[in-house]
Design a protein around this ligand. Structure first.
Ligand SMILES: [Zn+2]
Length: 963
């Protein structure tokens, strides 16, 4: 008989849709639904409050809450005896997509214990049969279930990136987004469930098999026979032979790990994430009841801590699974932070606070950095990770590159200092796989290190908004354990995979040196600038407060505010999450974050030991403000620099009077406005075409005061003021930019063209600097048209160096121009999705143009970023670094996390060379060298440090108590 493959596949789809899937759940009884709409501000309430509320009758088909509202459904009935497991099946008005991106529910027992979550691909609660939640059904077969239904609106819909006002709660009278479509008791047919999975493992595999091979035709025949079969059992029997054929001897092996990427905030506020984590974990625990092989990996100490606070009973069950090795805490960071912008000390604290939580709560230390979704990875990571006890690094985000294809999936990543860490990108190019034949095929075809490795990772489970693995995914994974025509799928842990992959590669792992630049989402270095400013200012204030508190503790025995500082750090670390600091969340998230940063900066300022006059801590001592030189006409001149401001408000001449060199090439200090209309991912992406649509903003007028010269610019509704000043004895031109930003879809840069010719610019990064080309010779060079810079960029040629220092920007581009180099920090954007009012309002930025080398530039960056405080007593440095050769700096001084009173000092080589230095404490102390987590690494080497390029060292000074 003629076999027509396309007809068989079309028939398969039709039969599954119309004849098999409807038999999975057979309605067996109705239920009674009553509801309580959360009153007051509509914000979530604890389950205890919901259990004692007044429930009123509720009809199927009614809308149930305003957007962002919560309604509790009380569902009760009697379970008939059907001979099959019975499930409560709910449809809250699901879309058949965007799991975790719209409405969700969490079912509770009447005693307030959460049992299972509900989402479009997991809309059931099992009442009887294997895996049923204990205690749900009474002896007389009656039951009561409470469902906390969250009307989270669909924000990233079809089509995506449509401007929306649903990033905040709607006003009164706006339509409610969801109707309760159905609530029924259904008999669940496990044979139908298995047949559906068998058909997925064979029928969905067919398009990925080779029609030249017998395997294709045998699977096709088996599928056709199954479709002909009169019963479920006979259909399964028809497929059994095809499903029993083992994988090829050389088949690729994938370690499949259940996972739920849960963004700590994104298209929902922080408070919703707390509920998302609980929902996902109930699903995972439910699945583990019936699937003894499932392993689930979960990152972020903060997310575990939320469950611990909100659902102690659920948390105990999680702890039990961690002890059994089935829930694997991974990453060991406080959150999955942005991996470019946080300072070195912030990344260390992400790790030290996260790992401490994991250790104290679970007795577990993760060896793998887990950052599947951050927008690029700084070249400082390998050293930071290795010095914090990690062996491995995981991401997949670089697969999103828009220009070049990254050449490896498994490799040794070498950081700016030469440290290497074994790194893997799961080749399925997702952290939220569904375990389909198409994904497995893509992973095998895509995997770029086949020559030396035969294994990879597969992270499966609904992600972004959580959800995690469902029973369909797990059942498919089992069918792919050893199946001809696809990769072998093993259920396992990340550690098992990494250990096996590293052993398999040995020393043959290819090496990638430098940062992992993401050729996408370049706008996240600028969007929601208040996040960047809040983060930078909080980091700088913590640096000052921890230092002054350490000084007060060591010198005067003043109590060190451990608890307050820990709480402050937790706030800073949470807001470094990879959709908050990057500015890619909804209005609600950023509005709350701005208020949080304001309160945090106030609280931290309150921790500064008082007394004395206004000042700042710079170079680890207190310095006072000095008065800038007075302008003479339109010229600022302090005997070192001479700046002339033109009628257009630009610096038309900047001369280093020490050698007479002209530092600028053309006008310097020009604000440039670009039309910035993204193609997609609005808050994320800064597209190439933006750079073709620009205009310079000339001043309407120039004002000269006693201490500065200002250029005032009006543009439509926006207003800009650039103020220039020079301090006596200083080799830097200070620039302050005040903006009242009322633009939409525009980008603002400050242009600093300098007479330095160089093929490379140096950008500050964590614990050092990164060289990047200023040319566009290769695709990869060109793709880096907007990059991350921490506090400074420096360009130099023999005998001449210029640095540009900022107090709160991260986005930057540096390009070669005739006669020199244009350094252009990015100040503002105004994307409309997901927050239509991004960055509207007033902002202040401070910059400095430094004539000098990188060491002078770094010192200027320290000084510009040092918070000005009202009252500071004069203080001699607590620790000094006697430099004998090279360049090294003290980055941080604090008291030890173990609260012993020891002083922790973080030092690093700063220019990529070698340094020898002699640290000296101003108090009697013994010194040990530790890792980044303050654990002893080597005995006293404190009086003669030898540092390699960008090497970080942590010293612990234990005060010798006087008797
Ligand atoms: Zn994410």
């Amino acid at each position: 008989m003629h076999l027509n493959p396309s007809h068989v596949l079309a028939r398969l789809q039709r039969v599954v849709r119309d004849r098999i899937r409807p038999r999975l759940h057979t309605p067996v009884a109705d239920v009674t639904v009553t509801a309580w709409r959360v009153d007051g501000d509509g914000e979530p309430v604890p389950v205890a409050r919901a259990l004692e509320a007044d429930y009123t009758p509720f009809a199927i088909g009614d809308t149930w809450a305003p957007a962002w509202g919560t309604t509790w459904l009380r569902i009760e009935g009697r379970v008939p005896d059907t001979g099959l497991p019975v499930e409560l099946v709910l449809d809250l008005g699901w879309f058949d997509h965007s799991v975790g991106g719209h409405a969700e529910g969490l079912a509770y027992r009447p005693d307030g214990v959460p049992v299972k979550a509900l989402h479009p691909r997991n809309g059931w609660v099992r009442l009887t049969g294997p895996g049923a939640a204990p205690g749900l059904v009474a002896e007389d077969r009656t039951f009561v279930v409470y469902v906390e239904a969250a009307a989270n609106p669909l924000l990233l819909g079809l089509p995506p990136f449509v401007e929306t006002t649903w990033g905040e709660k709607p006003g009164p009278g706006e339509p409610e987004p969801y109707r309760l479509v159905s609530a029924q008791l259904c008999a669940f047919d496990p044979d139908v469930f298995d047949l559906l999975r068998d058909l997925e493992a064979t029928g969905d595999l067919l398009p990925h098999l080779d029609t030249d091979e017998p395997r294709y035709w045998r699977v096709l025949t088996a599928v056709e026979s199954a479709l002909d079969a009169p019963t479920t059992g006979q259909a399964r029997a028809a497929l059994a032979g095809a499903l029993a054929q083992p994988a090829h001897a050389s088949a690729h092996t994938m370690t499949a790990i259940g996972h739920a990427h849960i963004d700590s905030a994104w298209l929902w506020p922080l408070r919703e994430t707390r509920r998302k984590v609980a929902r996902t974990l109930t699903n995972v625990l439910t699945l583990m009841e019936t699937d003894p092989d499932l392993v689930y990996a979960m990152s972020s100490a903060q997310q575990f801590a939320w469950v611990q606070e909100d659902h102690p009973e659920l948390f105990e069950r999680v702890k039990q699974k961690v002890a059994e090795g089935r829930i694997v805490p991974v990453g060991g960071m406080w959150v999955e932070s942005d991996a470019m912008m946080p300072s070195g000390e912030s990344l260390v604290r992400q790790i030290s606070m996260g790992k401490r939580y994991f250790r104290e709560t679970f007795g577990h230390e993760s060896e793998v950095v887990w950052l599947p979704d951050s927008f690029g990875y700084s070249g400082a990571w390998p050293q930071i990770a290795r010095r914090a006890g990690y062996r491995w690094f995981l991401t997949q985000k670089i697969s999103w590159n828009d220009t070049t294809t990254f050449p490896h999936h498994t490799f040794a990543w070498e950081g700016i200092d030469g440290s290497r860490i074994f790194t893997h990108f799961p080749p399925a190019d997702t952290y939220a796989a569904e375990v389909t034949p198409a994904e497995l095929k893509h992973a095998v075809r895509n995997f770029r290190d086949k020559a030396i490795s035969g294994r990879s990772l597969l992270l499966y489970g609904y992600g972004d908004g959580g959800g995690g693995p469902n029973r369909e995914m797990a059942a498919r994974a089992h069918r792919f354990r050893d199946l001809e025509g696809t990769a072998r799928v093993e259920l396992g842990s990340p550690e098992e995979f990494f250990a096996a992959a590293e052993a398999e590669m040995g020393d043959r792992a290819p090496v990638w040196a430098g940062e992992l630049y993401l050729e996408l989402h370049r706008g996240t270095l600028t969007s929601q600038i208040a996040m960047k400013q809040g983060n930078r200012r909080a980091e700088a204030l913590l640096r000052t407060v921890e230092y002054l508190a350490a000084v007060a503790a060591v010198r005067d025995g003043v109590a060190y505010p451990y608890d307050e500082l820990e709480k402050a750090w937790q706030t800073v670390l949470l807001h470094q999450f990879h959709d908050i600091l990057p500015g890619s969340s909804i209005s609600w998230v950023h509005r709350e974050a701005r208020a949080t940063y304001d309160a945090l900066l106030d609280d931290l300022t309150g921790l500064v030991p008082g007394g004395g006059a206004p000042g700042r801590v710079s170079g680890w001592q207190v310095v006072r403000d000095v008065t800038p030189v007075a302008p003479v006409g339109n010229v600022l001149d302090n005997g070192i620099l001479r700046a002339e401001i033109g009628d257009n408000g630009h610096v038309v001449s900047l001369v280093d009077l020490r050698d007479g060199r002209q530092l600028n090439v053309g006008d310097l200090g020009v604000l440039r406005l670009f039309r910035d209309e993204p193609v997609r991912w609005d808050a994320w992406d800064l597209d190439r075409h933006v750079f073709r649509n620009e205009r310079a903003l000339p001043a309407a007028r120039v004002e000269i005061s006693d201490m500065s010269i200002s250029a005032l610019i009006d543009h439509d509704e926006s207003a800009f003021t650039i103020t220039y000043s020079l301090l006596p004895g200083s080799a830097q031109l200070d620039i302050t930019v005040d903006v009242d930003w009322q633009e939409t879809e525009h980008l603002l840069k400050l242009s600093i063209p300098v007479g330095v010719r160089t093929l490379r610019a140096r950008y500050e990064t964590q614990y050092g600097a990164l060289d990047r080309p200023t040319h566009e010779n290769t695709l990869a060079d060109e793709a880096q048209y907007e990059v991350c810079s921490h506090r400074f960029v420096h360009v130099g040629e023999p005998g001449l160096g210029v640095g540009v220092v900022n107090d709160s920007t991260y986005g930057c581009d540096v390009r070669r121009i005739p006669g020199g180099t244009d350094i252009r920090p990015t100040l503002l954007r105004a994307p409309r999705f997901p927050d239509p009012d991004t960055d509207r309002g007033r902002h202040t930025f401070r910059f400095a143009v430094v004539a000098g080398d990188e060491t002078a530039t770094r010192a200027a960056a320290d000084d510009l970023n040092a918070p000005r405080l009202d009252g500071l007593a004069d203080t001699e440095p607590l620790i000094e670094l006697g430099l004998e050769s090279g360049a090294a700096v003290i980055d941080w001084i604090k008291l030890a996390d173990d609260r012993s009173g020891d002083v922790i000092v973080r030092i690093h080589e700063s220019r990529g060379g070698r340094a020898t230095a002699r640290p000296h404490a101003s108090f009697p102390a013994t010194v040990t060298e530790t890792d980044l987590l303050e654990r002893p690494e080597s005995p006293a080497n404190g009086d003669g440090l030898i540092l390699g390029p960008y090497q970080i060292t942590t010293l612990r000074f234990s005060p010798i108590k006087e008797r």
